[in-house]
Every structure is written in structure tokens, then in C-alpha cells.
Design a protein around this ligand. Sequence first.
Ligand SMILES: [Mg+2]
Length: 279
Amino acid sequence: MSAAEKENEKLLDLLKEKARQVRLGIIDALGVGHRGHLGGSMSCADIVTALYFHKMRCSPDKRQDPDRDRFIMSKGHSVLAQYAALTLSGYFDRSVLATTKSLGSLLQGHPERTTPGIEANTGSLGQGLSTGVGMALAGKADNRDYRVYVILGDGELAEGQVWEAVMAANNYALDNLTAIVDLNGIQAVGKTRDRYRIDNVPGRFAAFGWKTFEIDGHNMAEIVETLDAAASVRGCPSAIVARTVKGKGVSFAENTSAYHNNLLTAEEREKAIASVMAM
Ligand SMILES: [Mg+2]
């Protein structure tokens, strides 16, 4: 094994461990007996981890730095994954996770800019990519070299505004923008394809002039490699379509809409932790 390969292996080991910590953080944020969005947070946990601990240039001391990279969780209900990554990065104390969704907490059920590290209020689905287009356009206008990353859900792709943003990003050649689709195939009330056909998502982005990539959204090596490739695309925006498993890591919550927005009992919480530890 070459020195570079060894370095890469070390990075992947570190990121896999961080992803486990992110998943444990999601379980902490959910708590016991409170409804919350476990499924969609778990499905994007590996991607969020790679963004925060490998790809993005951002940190708590650079919250006002105009050159920081921006991240938008357009499927705002999955913000538990982001909260976990933010606390692991030092944006706020880990003890705050347990207060998630309580009145007056720093951490609400959907992202708000009052939380350190949150760049955009989201949760009303379909709007985050438009915000990302605005940020990317501003970066170009100001001659900054920051990048903008937006995670969307597959159910969210039924929102028409997403495709206006996709068209605008191509029109302005926003190569500083990467959209990542967390394609877990499930939305709040069941299989996404039973509500809206979303076949050939990469082809749809490609048809609007985006450079597209398809990956296994739980394969850290693929995630890292593709985020790097997307960052070197020039002249057009990039989309990463990540095939994922809703609830990934919590065995009893995998591939079902039952834990899209559900509570854990004390017993389920223990099972969930054990499941994540066994990954
Ligand atoms: Mg989904």
C-alpha cells in the first residue's frame, strides 16, 4: 500500500467513526418519547459527516468568514444529522442535543439561523436549493471561492420550485454549487414512487445541464471521492444522487416510513444505540 493509500484509509476510518458519532447524536437529539425525524436523518448521516469532517471549509470560529463553505439542509426535518455534526465540530455543547425541539431551545425541529452553524431556515420543502443558488450566485458576484452544498430528499423533488432552481443554477453556470439528493425512496407516508414517479433522477439533472454523479450514499470511499470530483467540476453545477436507506444504522427503522417522524421508547433507544454500535 502506498503512502497516499494509507492516508486515504486513515481518513475513511476516521470518517466512519465520525458517522457513528453523528448517528449516536441523532439518537440523543431524538430522546425518548418525543416524535422526531429519525429515518431521514440517518439516511443522510454519512454524507453530512463527509461534508463536515472532510470537505467543507467551515468551523465555529469562522461563522462570519465570507469565504466559509455553506451547507443547507433543504429537507429540513433531517436537521438532527446536522445538529450532531455541528456539536461534534464544536458549534455548541453536546448537552444541548438533549433539548432538541423543546420550547426555547437552541435546536428546533427544523433549521433556524439562530442556531450556530445553520445558514438557512428550511423545512418548507423545495426551497433550499433556491437559497443555495442565491448563495452561489453571490459567491460568483463577490469573487469568492466558497462552495455551497444542498441536501434534498427524494420526496422533495416533487416540489416544482426545485426544478426552477435547477434551471437557474445551470443558467448562471454555478460550478460552486453541489446538490446532493438523499435518494432513500421513502417519504413521510410511504414509498416515494407511489406518490410521484422519480425514476432517472440523474438524467433529470443532466437534462438541465448539470454534471451528475450516482453513488452509494453509505459508502464513505465513494462519498469522499465524489465530493472531491464534484468540487473540481467547472462551468456547470453538480448533482450527486446518493442511493441511501431510510433509517440506516437503526435496524428496526431501516427502509420504512414508520420512523419518518416517530418516537423511540426507552427500550427502542437502547436497541437503536446497540444497532449503531454494531455497524
Ligand atoms: Mg426520502
